[in-house]
Design a protein around this ligand. Sequence first.
Ligand SMILES: Cc1cc2nc3c(=O)[nH]c(=O)nc-3n(C[C@H](O)[C@H](O)[C@H](O)COP(=O)(O)OP(=O)(O)OC[C@H]3O[C@@H](n4cnc5c(N)ncnc54)[C@H](O)[C@@H]3O)c2cc1C
Ligand code: FES
Length: 289
Amino acid sequence: MMDVTATVLNNVREYGDYWRLRVKIPARYAVRPGQFAMIRPSAQWEPILRRAMVFYRVERGAHALEAEFIYRVMGRGTRRLAQLRSGDRLDVLGPLGNGFTIGEPPPTGRDVALVSGGIGIPALYLLAAELRRRGFVPRLFHGDRTSDVERGLICVDDFYALLGRDHVLCTTEDGSYGQRGVVTDLLESALQNRAWRPLALYACGPEPMMKRVAQLAHQFHIPAELSLEAAMACGFGVCLACVQRVRRDDRITYVRVCCEGPVFRAEDIVWEEPMVDRPSSGGAQNGTP
Ligand SMILES: Cc1cc2nc3c(=O)[nH]c(=O)nc-3n(C[C@H](O)[C@H](O)[C@H](O)COP(=O)(O)OP(=O)(O)OC[C@H]3O[C@@H](n4cnc5c(N)ncnc54)[C@H](O)[C@@H]3O)c2cc1C
Ligand code: FES
C-alpha cells in the first residue's frame, strides 16, 4: 500500500452519470484484479474522506503506472471527482484489498462467468484480462437499468474488444440495449443450458443481484466470488466502517471488507435481512463525510 499524488491525464464524461478518469501514478506497484484505491482530489478538505474506486485498467511503464477508474456520480465525493481537469492532482492510496482468486484451468473445462450490474462492471475488466491470459474463456453477463442511445452501456465496448462480442451478454430493464430484464435471469437461462457449465462465477454489482448470483451458484454447485461495495472511511482496516458478517469455521463473525475483502466466497457471506420501516440513521445512508 502506498499513498502517492497522481496526476490527472484526462477525466471525461462517458454518458449520464458515468465518468472515466485516467491518471498517472508515480509508482510501479502490481495491482491484482479486484483491488481498489481510496482517492480524493489533492488539497481539498471537503469531503474529508477519500472514496473507494476499483482499478479498472492499469498499464505499468518504466517509472509510473497509468490507471483508469470508471465512476458513477453519486454524491459529494464523486461530484468533486467530476470537476477534475487534466494536470490536476489526486491523492491515491492503494492498492488495497484482496482481489479475486484465479487458478489455472483444469483439464475439465475453461469456461468462467463474470456477472456485473451497473457500476459493478469496472471490477471485472482486469479479472477478465487475467483469466484470458491464463487460458480461461470468460463470458460476461452485464445488466443496467437503461443505456445511452449513442454509447450503449458503460465499459461494454472495452469488453467486446477483450472477449469478443459473442462472449458479452447484456440486459437492460427497459429493453433499450440487449435483452429486456435483469442480468441474473439471463445468467440463469444460460446455466440451465447444460452445454455450458462455467467452472466459476465472479460478480460485482448491487446487493439484490449479488444475492441472486449466490443463490444460483449454490443451486448449480458452482464456486462463486463476489466483490462487495461496503461504505468505507479509511480503506485500510482501522475505522471498522466497512464490517460484514461472514461464516468462518462454522461460526458467524465480522470481517472488514477493505482488508479481508472486498472479494468473498459467496457461501461465506451472511446477507443482512431487509429491515422493515428502517429509521433514518444518517451516516452513509445520507452520504459519506
Ligand atoms: C471496494 C470498492 C470499490 C468501488 N469501486 C467503485 C468504482 O470503481 N466506481 C464507482 O463509481 N464506485 C465505486 N465504489 C463505490 C464508491 O466508493 C461510492 O459510490 C462513493 O464512495 C460514493 O461517494 P459520494 O461522495 O459520491 O457519495 P455519498 O455522498 O457518500 O453517497 C451518496 C449515496 O451513495 C451511497 N453510497 C455511498 N457509498 C456507497 C457504496 N460504497 N456502495 C453503495 N452505495 C454507496 C450513500 O448511501 C448515498 O445514498 C466502490 C466501493 C468499494 C467499497
Ligand atoms: S474502511 Fe476503515 S476499516 Fe474498512
